[in-house]
Design a binder for this molecule. Structure first.
Ligand SMILES: Nc1nc2c(ncn2[C@@H]2O[C@H](COP(=O)(O)OP(=O)(O)OP(=O)(O)O)[C@@H](O)[C@H]2O)c(=O)[nH]1
Ligand SMILES: [Mg+2]
Length: 709
């Protein structure tokens, strides 16, 4: 416990089974907006916030990933486990809030009973009481409280009910932490391995019987000193300690006691009468034929909507920025800084803002899929197909979140048990078309694909967009299949996914996600785009030595000779300058390498600047073309008007599609590489990923260009 300007401050951890409502409760208590979702494994890392218990007491609240038992298997379970064992480097909780799903009490109590035996002050919070009631389950809270020996409170974090009562209980616990008296063990833990436990307690004084068992089983994973590790090893050897049998005995004994406890305190209807709404819907949605048909329809509608719904606000934003730039342009004097402002900053900014609608719609729809519980069904339906390619049904959730952004998506792979399947999922997730690719695709599609509708509602451009997404998915499956033949990690593979009940998506959750994601996009991507736009503006407005001066001189003479052609000469002057600017030199240097893909040196500049983040593409184009041409048309029109030396359209169908393929397959995202390094704990995998994706992008662009030329 730490004293804090007369206020007592506690460290309180929130734990419980996956999808039991921990994060909902955390958000309610701290006022934060951590991600909530209706499937197990939403939270995969520890998150902290502050809870004001009352005027004298504050608490540092730690939200943790869900865990089914104290025997962790997945890497997100390990995060929670280490905190509970006080072996996490930073978080050592004094109090535990145990969240248990009242509609599924028996399974939740296994974990609860294990926590009780760790001997830290605990309060048990029952959530989902509304669902329990609708299933006809009645729980005697007082009886449960007496049997478990800890306070039990019912809360509904979704509807904000029961919080004041809960705070009272927390206050009492905080006030009695110093005089906390451990209760007897829930089961006779000592009888499982008496000698080993006894000897371990000599090594780690004060460890409860149950903690002792956990040190015996998992000490290699804890940051203990070498001497202690060796001594624990010895205890295991001397007593023939069998970790697997110990776990099995522990779980069996606990379930036996829990069954008695349930019999005394819970009235449950006959299992046949318990069939609820969710089961009825699942008969259709998980049906062998209808299930898949509905799945395809849902995904189809998702992509069509992103394209179709977003086009109106995108047009407004684009027009708005054009007007604004023109207005400001007319206002400002013609100087280097006004030039920088309109061509560097404004161009970069409009490149970002115009994609806000698409990102919001995509995230909003994904949140609806997650919150309704359908996302978990998608995993279930796809398990068979995924298995054929070395993945697992659980890989689909990261893949679908990858449509939004690969960085959080790669973190959600933590709930895949099997190491090889997790690695493969990490390696292929960046092939999903993330929202940063949307701007690139959108502009290229609008340049090369006709804007027409079939049957009045099927947009051709939308269909091409969907084709790109499908190509990404297909590519990912093929890549996974191939890599799986070369990666050798032997481990049992299984697919255990609890299907959550269907829930009405919460409006608040949807708009919070939409706005949070847009904020992150504008802030993170915006920062990079701004910086790169500025650097690019400089690189494309200046050149080495006196090359600019001599070009200028040459054109001044020509203009003097042919004053009638002033406008076109002026344009040629700008083009010539761009060509000899620093950026132009860079682009022309790599031109020979990208020429076979159908790209010119200006696209080369965009490829270089998108190296760190692909969404920079549009900003780059905006800057390049506005440095070159001073007329007041939109970027789309400027790109449309680009012609090569022979007078042919630069953004032809072949070049545009080849470029889209390049952006689809190339690894142009530093943040993703950084998160892959963190999750795989080595540089080997991000390096491999970068290499294979770049090669793949080059190869597929090459083929695309040559097929369509
Ligand atoms: N009906 C009902 N739904 C609830 C209640 N509490 C939470 N939920 C919903 O349950 C779902 C899961 O909530 P989360 O807070 O994300 O659960 P979690 O325990 O943090 O889940 P993980 O992070 O995956 O372990 C969300 O859809 C919530 O809106 C409740 O008391 N009643
Ligand atoms: Mg959570």
């Amino acid at each position: 416990m730490r004293l804090f300007v007369n206020k007592k401050n506690f460290h309180i951890a929130l734990v419980g089974n996956p999808n039991s409502g921990k994060t909902s409760l955390f958000n309610l208590l701290t006022g934060l907006n951590q991600k909530v979702g209706n499937f197990p494994g939403v939270t995969v890392d520890k998150k902290t916030g502050t809870l004001e218990v009352n005027e004298q007491i504050t608490a540092n609240l730690i939200d943790l990933p869900g865990t089914y038992s104290l025997y962790p298997r997945r890497s997100d379970e390990w995060v929670a486990y280490k905190v509970l064992m006080h072996e996490d480097d930073l978080e050592k909780p004094d109090i535990i809030i145990l969240v248990a799903d009242a509609s599924n009490l028996k399974r939740n109590l296994l974990f609860c009973s294990q926590i009780l035996d760790l001997k830290i002050p605990v309060v048990l919070v029952l959530t989902m009481n509304d669902i329990a009631a609708s299933k006809g389950i009645i729980i005697d809270i007082d009886g449960l409280q007496k049997d478990l020996g800890v306070p039990v409170v019912a809360v509904n974090p979704r509807k904000n009910k029961g919080v004041s009562n809960f705070k009272k209980v927390i206050t009492q616990i905080c006030n009695s932490v110093e005089t906390y008296q451990p209760k007897p063990d829930f089961i006779d833990v000592k009888s499982i391995a008496p000698d080993s436990i006894h000897q371990l307690q000599q090594l780690i004084p004060g460890a409860s019987n149950y903690r002792a068992i956990h040190y015996l089983i998992n000490h290699e994973h804890f940051p203990l000193n070498d001497q202690l590790q060796e001594n624990i090893e010895k205890v295991e050897k001397n007593n023939n300690f069998n970790p697997i049998k110990t776990q099995a005995d522990d779980v069996l004994m606990r379930y036996q006691k829990i069954r008695e406890l349930i019999k005394r305190n819970v009235v449950e209807p006959h299992p046949e009468d318990k069939k609820i709404f969710t089961d009825k819907i699942d008969n259709v949605l998980l049906h062998r034929f209808w299930g898949y048909l509905i799945l395809l329809t849902v995904l189809f509608t998702l992509f069509q909507s992103v394209f179709w719904l977003a086009q109106y606000p995108m047009n407004w934003i684009e027009a708005g920025f054009n007007n604004l730039t023109n207005y400001v342009d007319a206002f400002l004097p013609e100087t280097w800084w006004s030039n920088l402002f309109t061509k560097g900053i404004m161009a970069g900014l409009s490149g970002i803002v115009v994609f806000v609608p698409q990102i919001m719609i995509l995230f909003g729809l994904i949140t609806i899929l997650e919150d309704s519980g359908y996302m978990a069904r998608i995993s279930f339906l796809s398990d068979k197909l995924m298995r054929k390619t070395g993945l697992n049904g659980k890989s689909l959730m990261p893949m679908i979140s990858g449509f939004a952004c690969a960085v959080p998506a790669i973190m959600t792979t933590r709930n895949i048990e099997n190491k090889k399947e997790r690695l493969l999922t990490i390696l292929i997730t960046p092939l999903m078309s993330c929202s940063a690719r949307l701007p690139v695709f959108t502009i290229l599609i609008s340049l090369s694909i006709e804007n027409k509708y079939y049957l009045g509602f099927l947009s051709l451009q939308g269909l091409v967009m969907m084709g790109l997404y499908l190509t990404g998915i297909f590519g990912a499956l093929v890549v996974s299949y191939i890599i799986s033949k070369f990666v050798h990690i032997k481990e049992k593979s299984f697919f255990i996914l609890e299907l959550p009940i269907y829930r009405m998506p919460q409006l608040k959750n949807i708009y919070i996600t939409m706005f949070e994601k847009v904020k992150v996009f504008i802030m993170d991507a915006g920062k990079i785009i701004m910086i790169i736009s500025l650097v690019l503006w400089f690189l494309s407005s200046y050149g080495p030595g006196n090359s600019f001066a001599s070009i200028e001189k040459k054109y001044q003479q020509e203009i003097a000779q042919h004053p009638l052609q002033k406008d076109s000469l002026q344009r040629n002057l700008s083009s010539e300058k761009l060509k000899h600017s620093y950026a132009g030199i860079m682009g022309r240097t790599i031109e020979p390498a990208i020429k076979p893909l159908g790209f010119d040196w200006k696209i080369g500049i965009a490829l270089i600047s998108s190296f760190a983040a692909r969404e920079v593409f549009v900003g780059t184009m905006a800057t390049l073309y506005s440095v070159e041409e001073n007329n007041k048309s939109s970027l789309r029109e400027k790109m449309q008007a680009q012609v090569d030396d022979e007078g042919k359209k630069v953004y032809s169908l072949a070049t545009s599609l080849s470029l889209m393929m390049f952006y689809l397959f190339a690894m142009q995202c530093m943040s993703t590489l950084a998160v892959v390094k963190r999750e795989t704990k080595s540089w080997k995998w991000p390096a491999f990923q970068f290499a294979y994706m770049t090669l793949l992008a080059y190869g597929i662009s090459f083929i695309t260009f040559h097929l369509l030329r």
